[in-house]
Design a protein. Structure first.
Lengths: 347, 383
């Protein structure tokens, strides 16, 4: 069991501090600013690309390190996330966000709050670290018609602060590491109140041997025109994404900057509330939650219509979005109010 | 008598299927059909396809693919009947004849079918109309579309035309269709969860009966100008089309005049889609009902009643004539998948899992809205 008594956490922090004092961050991220503020909201620094319009908030800091005494790392400051206007069943998404944020805002000095159905989230928190969650987007993976059960696929950056080593001359603290994270939270509603009943943390696939990735996959991984969360990046590195998905994303990215929510990892294996295998599972589909930095759920501002038509023209056989535009394979439902689904189904 | 939409062509013999042509012929046939060749399974999309409108401002210079249609073919009225329908099927489609033994009573039923392009592909089931059988040439454009799209196709016999107790909406007929589906699944690799059924008139009736009796075997149904209630249709036919065969057929199937004999009425009811509407609705099976406003064989009231029985209470039409109904909105039209190439839609509504489109036409199967609607359901089923 992790998250044991604080004494155990303190020992882990000591070990982490020893390491942190001798090494610098491999990604060269800037150190946190005064008061422990992190680089939250910097799209360029986030593997997930972060929210297009992050809203920094007041920081949440842990205890100041005692002079000359190794200390617990402070809880990183994370940008707050506010649900966007137009979300379907916002109470459901808010419940998912609240639960995930509470479970992953971890002070190394204190026991983790992740328990019950949220316990799988503990595995995301390194021993001895303090963490906070910075939400990129909570997208529906499913919502049944009566709105009693749902899947919310949460893409976020987990801000991980290792232990710090404080001295009388001044504390040294590495900037929190950003770890792109995708989790699938399952929720149910009883009496109008949503609660998380299960959390699925995807096991990311192993990368394919070097040199075996198709050229277009390498291009997709390299371009900054397609913002990929870590889970989607892992799918691409594994070589498990269908070439039609890859080429379509590359083609669309010539015109729009695409914000990917999920390819395979992190999406429900089956179409939600059915026993039909999703084309995401087969590597034949992608969900886009924002276009040119504008969330799809902001339907009047988002260029989602143009992208739908272009994707259809490029051969996508499943194109879900906020409205049914009438083209072949185009569809809408309450789940697809917050993203575009581009799929390339087996005939 | 049927009412034809304006500007429609005469019944025409269809082009030979592209696979029976030379490479140049394929290109010509596709050009005529306003379409491009289906992409190879694992080939990335090659970019823009021909046909259709351009995207809106700010989009790339691509064109949107339009539904691929056979030239001159809009509805069943555009398909000629020949003296040798099996020869027409052989010339124009990939369908091959086979036989299926009923799992209900061991009777052997004929079927025309082909498998999907690859295992796990969807299956289109066309159930023939009242007075026809598995050779009905109305199914040829459906088979052509299925082949083009990589879907499997089945057009089964289910006790032939509706002229007796074994046919005419019996439980046996629905099992016959299921047995034909099983053939395509077992021998053709069709995905049993991606089975889509359509038919018109008696085929619309058979589609709804299949969905209600075997909801686990049907992913969606497009019921066109469906016979919905044999009792009321008997009464209508006796008054409106006494020269037609339908009243005699119903009496033979149900054991008498259902308007006078309670036992016959009960039998007719059990063979009517109205008796399974609740099962269809409860199973959540998507249904498209299309009906010609000028249909004089099966009145439009039947289609509207089918919609009402499948719709949420607040959305029910409660009308028997199109003149009582409002013109469709843009979103309502979109949901029907009718385009400018199809007959004008006079009324449309969606509610829950059912959509109805009343079009300016008669007793006919309108091909491409139904096919596009089924394809859309299939697309959404994998998201």
């Amino acid at each position: 069991m992790s998250g044991g008594p604080s004494r155990r956490a303190a020992l882990a922090a000591l070990a982490a501090a020893a390491t942190a004092a001798c090494s610098s961050r491999p990604d060269g991220a800037s150190p946190p600013g005064a008061g422990g503020a992190s680089s939250a909201g910097s799209a360029g620094s986030s593997p997930s690309g972060t929210s297009p319009a992050p809203t920094p908030s007041s920081s949440t800091t842990g205890p100041e390190p005692s002079p000359a005494v190794p200390a617990f790392p402070a809880v990183p400051a994370a940008a707050a996330y506010a649900l966007l206007p137009g979300e379907v069943e916002p109470a459901c998404k808010q419940a998912a966000l609240d639960a995930a944020s509470a479970a992953l805002t971890v002070d190394a000095a204190a026991p983790s709050a992740a328990s019950g159905p949220l316990e799988p989230l503990r595995a995301l928190v390194p021993t001895g670290s303090s963490t906070a969650l910075e939400v990129v987007y909570p997208q529906y993976g499913g919502l049944d018609a009566p709105r009693r059960t749902a899947s919310v696929m949460l893409v976020a950056d987990l801000l991980v602060a290792g232990a710090t080593a404080g001295t009388a001359a001044g504390a040294t603290a590495a900037a929190p590491e950003r770890r792109s994270t995708t989790v699938d939270l399952r929720l149910t509603s009883e009496g109008g109140r949503w609660s998380v009943t299960q959390v699925l943390v995807p096991e990311l696939p192993a990368a394919a041997p070097a040199g075996q990735l198709p050229e277009q996959t390498r291009q997709l991984l390299a371009t900054d025109r397609v913002v990929l969360p870590g889970s989607a990046r892992a799918d691409l590195l594994a070589g498990s994404v269908h070439p039609a998905v890859v080429s379509t994303l590359l083609e669309l990215s010539q015109t729009w900057r695409l914000h990917v929510q999920v390819l395979t990892s992190g999406h429900p294996v089956n179409v939600f509330a059915t026993d039909r295998v999703s084309n995401h599972t087969r590597g034949r589909a992608v969900d886009l939650w924002a276009l040119d930095g504008v969330p799809v759920v902001e339907q009047d501002r988002s260029p989602w219509r143009e992208v739908v038509e272009a994707a259809t023209a490029l051969g996508a056989s499943e194109v879900g979005g906020p409205q049914d535009l009438g083209g072949r394979g185009q569809f809408t439902d309450q789940v697809h109010q917050d993203h575009l689904h581009l799929g390339f189904g087996r005939a | 008598m049927t009412t034809r939409a304006p500007g429609r062509g005469r019944a025409a013999r269809l082009l030979p299927r592209p696979s029976a042509l030379s490479a140049g012929g394929i290109a010509l046939a596709l050009l005529l059909a306003g379409c491009s060749a289906p992409a190879a399974e694992d080939a990335p999309p090659a970019g823009a396809r021909s046909g259709g409108a351009e995207t809106g401002a700010g989009g790339p210079d691509v064109e949107v693919s339009a539904p691929e249609r056979l030239p001159g073919v809009v509805s069943s009225d555009d398909v000629a009947t020949t003296d040798d329908p099996l020869a027409a099927w052989a010339e124009q489609t990939a369908a091959e004849p086979a036989q299926v033994t009923s799992t209900a009573d061991g009777a052997v039923q004929d079927v025309l079918w082909f498998p999907p392009a690859e295992p796990g592909g969807p299956l289109l089931v066309h159930v023939h109309s009242w007075s026809d059988d598995y050779t009905q040439e109305v199914g040829i454009p459906l088979a052509r579309w299925a082949e083009q799209e990589g879907w499997g196709f089945v057009q089964p016999d289910f006790r032939g035309d509706n002229a007796g107790p074994d046919s005419t909406g019996s439980e046996l007929t629905s099992q016959d269709v299921v047995d034909a589906i099983d053939l395509a699944v077992a021998e053709g690799g069709a995905d049993p969860e991606r089975v889509y059924v359509t038919g018109y008139s008696g085929g619309g009736m058979a589609s709804l009966l299949l969905a209600g009796r075997h909801p686990d075997r049907v992913a969606a149904a497009a019921a066109q100008v469906p016979v919905y209630d044999l009792v009321s249709w008997y009464a209508y036919s006796r008054e409106a089309q006494p020269e037609a065969r339908y009243t005699a057929d119903i009496e033979a199937a149900c054991g008498g005049d259902p308007t006078a004999d309670p036992a016959a009425a009960q039998e007719c009811t059990s063979r009517s889609p109205a008796s399974v509407a609740a099962a269809v609705r409860d199973a959540g099976i998507p249904v498209l009902v299309t009906h010609g406003a000028g249909d004089e064989v099966v009145p439009v009231a039947d289609g509207l009643r089918a919609f009402d029985d499948l719709a949420d209470e607040a959305d029910r039409v409660g009308a028997t004539a199109v003149g009582e109904l409002p013109a469709p909105t843009g979103d309502e039209l979109t949901a029907t998948r009718f385009t400018d190439e199809d007959p004008p839609v006079l009324f449309a509504r969606s509610s829950g899992d059912v959509t109805v489109a009343v079009f300016d036409g008669g007793h006919e199967l309108v091909y491409y809205p139904a096919l596009d609607w089924l394809a859309r359901v299939d697309a959404a089923s994998r998201a």
